[in-house]
Design a protein around this ligand. Structure first.
Ligand code: GLV
Ligand code: GLV
Length: 327
């Protein structure tokens, strides 16, 4: 029997590639760059499976070219890059990688929180530049993390994993969701529900863990920065457009908030130039899930879903949920 043809738009950890090549006819875009859109359109024509990245916009045009597609497997948990309605219309399964990257992403969110509060990138730069001449009583004084109030926007898997870390630091946890969660979940995570503005008003740190959907686009913008404490720090490891990045620059410039730490950007990979000049800003290049273990798990997960659909004619295990909590 002829093997089904699958396109993979970027090299992934080898165990995933090995699992795929055993069962399918895999075409991999081997260059160390995002696969150009024209190349995806050309190459998807004879494929029944497509494995893509969060930076590949998979829309009607691509699905129209890939008329034989049965599955689009996104190598990410967030899937705002895929036109889900269009895929549903065409009976194409869409899968993602939930669960495996929850703790890894929460680790990064907490690392960013501590980095910006304790000014670690500034300190690192100082030592490397040979400026460390002796202990100083008044230099690089940051903000305590322990015992502070952490506001978590989006209390799903990653938001709750962040809460578990924050409890170790004796932080008080507030969470916001459009709908209040059960008291069982609240008790389990010792988290108190707040409406968004109340949370912003009370929190010393605010961390975002929502998917990007219409309702979360620019969820944090000029009005919200005005509500936040002047001493507050904002952390984002979700999707860039949840924050109005230009309004963020203005808020930082005007000292409406104390600082921010970002792993994601509104016009990724572009970053507002002024952010790069501010010492109270920590920047990372979208590395939330970037550990060897997690990226390997994610590669196995996309391979498993593609094989389930194309070889075993089964429903994939990690189909996206279209009944998003936050819709
Ligand atoms: C990364 O941002 C992901 O959605 O997996
Ligand atoms: C994402 O996986 C989330 O639910 O936080």
């Amino acid at each position: 029997m002829k093997k089904p043809k699958v396109l993979l738009t970027r090299i992934l950890p080898q165990p995933g590639i090995d699992m795929l090549t055993e069962q399918v006819d895999l075409e991999v875009y081997e260059k160390n760059e995002a696969m150009p859109r024209e190349c995806i359109i050309e190459s998807v024509r004879d494929k029944t499976g497509l494995i893509c990245l969060l930076s590949d916009r998979i829309d009607k045009e691509i699905m129209h070219a890939g008329t034989n597609l049965k599955i689009i497997a996104n190598y990410a948990v967030g899937y705002n890059n895929i036109d889900i309605a269009e895929a549903a219309k065409r009976n194409i399964y869409v899968t993602h990688t939930p669960g495996v990257l929850t703790d890894t992403t929460a680790d990064l969110a907490f690392a960013l929180l501590i980095s910006v509060a304790r000014r670690i990138p500034e300190a690192d730069k100082y030592v490397r530049e040979g400026q460390f001449k002796g202990w100083e009583p008044m230099f690089l004084l940051g903000t305590d993390v322990h015992s502070k109030t952490l506001g978590i926007i989006g209390f799903g898997r990653i938001g709750r994993a962040l809460a578990r870390r924050a409890h170790g630091f004796g932080m008080r946890i507030l969470y916001y969701e459009p709908k209040r969660l059960s008291t069982t979940i609240e008790k389990q995570h010792s988290a108190e529900y707040r409406m968004l503005d109340d949370m912003l008003r009370e929190s010393d740190f605010v961390s975002i863990h929502v998917p990007l959907i219409d309702a979360t686009h620019h969820l944090i913008a000029e009005r919200e920065f005005a509500v936040m404490k002047k001493s507050a720090f904002l952390i984002n490891t979700s999707r860039g457009p949840v924050i109005d990045e230009r309004a963020l620059v203005v808020a930082l410039r005007n000292k409406d908030i104390a600082g921010c730490a970002l792993d994601v950007f509104e016009r990724e990979p572009a970053v507002e130039q002024e952010l790069k000049t501010m010492s109270n800003v920590v920047l990372a290049p979208h590395i939330g899930s970037a550990s060897v273990q997690t990226r390997t798990q994610m590669a196995l997960m996309v391979a498993e879903d593609v094989i389930a659909v194309l070889i075993h004619d089964q429903k994939p295990a990690h189909e996206v949920l279209t009944d998003l909590r936050l819709q």
